[in-house]
Structures are given as C-alpha cells and as structure tokens.
Ligand binder design. Sequence first.
Ligand code: F6R
Length: 241
Amino acid sequence: MNLIIVKDYQELSQAAADLVAREIIAKPDTVLCLPTGETPIGMYRELIQKYQRGEIDFSEAVAFSLDEYCSLSPEHPQSYYYYMQHTFFRHINIKAENIYLLNGITQDIVAECENYDKQILENGGIDLQILGIGNNGHLGFNEPAISLNSKTHLVNLSDDTIHANSRFFKNIEEVPTKALTVGMGAIMKATKIMLLASGEKKTAAINKTINGLISTRSPSTFLQLHPDVTIIIDKDAASKL
Ligand code: F6R
C-alpha cells in the first residue's frame, strides 16, 4: 500500500485530483468507478478546475458510480445519481453515453445488478477505483458482514451507516435503509485503487485498513491484498497510525 499523508483536506483534494489527472492523461479512455459522500467533493472541484484550465480532457473517459440508495428517484437531491451529475459530470466534457449510474428504484434489482456488472466487464473492467471509507470500514456500501458479496448487489444498510448518512437528510427516518453497491469483486479487480479519508472520525477505520486483520467485518482490510492501492489521508485521519 502506498500511503500518502497530507496536511489537510485541501491538500488531500489536490493530491487525489492530481492522481486522477495523471491516469486520464496517460490513458484518455480510463474507466473510473466513483464514490459520492463528503470526502471526494474537493477532489471533484479540483478536477473540474483542471478541466476548465484545459489540463484534462474527459471526452474518452468512462465513469461508473459506485453505489446508489434504493427508494430515491434520480431527481432526489440525496440520490447518488443527482450527486454525481451535479457535483461532477455536468461540469466536465464526459459523454453522456460513457456515464453509468445504478437505478435505485428499478423494479428488477437482479437484472439491474447483473447488467451493471456486465457493463463494467464490457468496458474492460475498472482502471481506477476511487473510494471513501465508512467509519465502520465499509467500501461503497459493502458493509461489515459475515460474508461479502463480490458482485453488484442489494444491501441492507447498517445502523452505523444510516446514522452517519443522516447528516445529509432532514432526519434519520428519511435515510434509505437499502442500497445497491458495486461488489468487492469489481473493486478488487480494479487495476488501481485510490482510497481517501479526512478527519479524526476516520482514524480507527484507516488504522484497521492498514494494520488490521483481514476480515469481512472490516471490508476495507481486503485492500491489503490489492497490488496497487494508494491511500491519501490528512493528518487528522492519520493520527492513530
Ligand atoms: C459513497 C460511498 C461510501 C462513502 C463513505 C464515506 O458513494 O461509497 O462508501 O465513501 O461512506 O462517506 P463520507 O465521504 O461522506 O465520509
């Protein structure tokens, strides 16, 4: 694991955007798999600025979204569809046909998940997987469990996650209890993985990711087995290492 500890959130966002830019410059048709949440917002902002300055061209890039809540329509401001479009895609020149987003309100979850895995494969797999991390060590919505699912699948969100994500909703009752997520298989098969974490609340999860026993109870520990992982964290998130 390549661990990069930076001063603060601003430096983290810059370092993350620099890594993405290097990948896209080296391979313009890079297949990205992208997270939502608070952590990557600064990285998306930096990437948009790089695009506006003419430093990166997304016209051949492909992007998959990592997960999606069930029961929220794409127009819902807390849906990951809405987040990805508004935070990133609509500000860059990625082609609409190269954007893949999970439909959380599908009538056929099995087909939706199978089709998503098929689309990832048809695009040659993920070149760069970008991840945030849950306080409980989840990656995407692969929650701590007795066993992990390698494929895109339906998840019952853990109480930890529902509680953590309630900060984005008016109250905890509004947080969806189910979600779709890309599975650990596609994540672990990505050529390169970049994990981002900021703030003291992530210290325990980061410590386990790097130094913990590999366990389905801490999904991020599986990253120890991946040959090309870069972890970028700020000093606060590194304070227990
Ligand atoms: C979101 C996702 C989640 C988040 C994680 C951290 O698409 O995949 O795993 O990355 O819950 O969220 P933040 O960044 O809000 O702390």
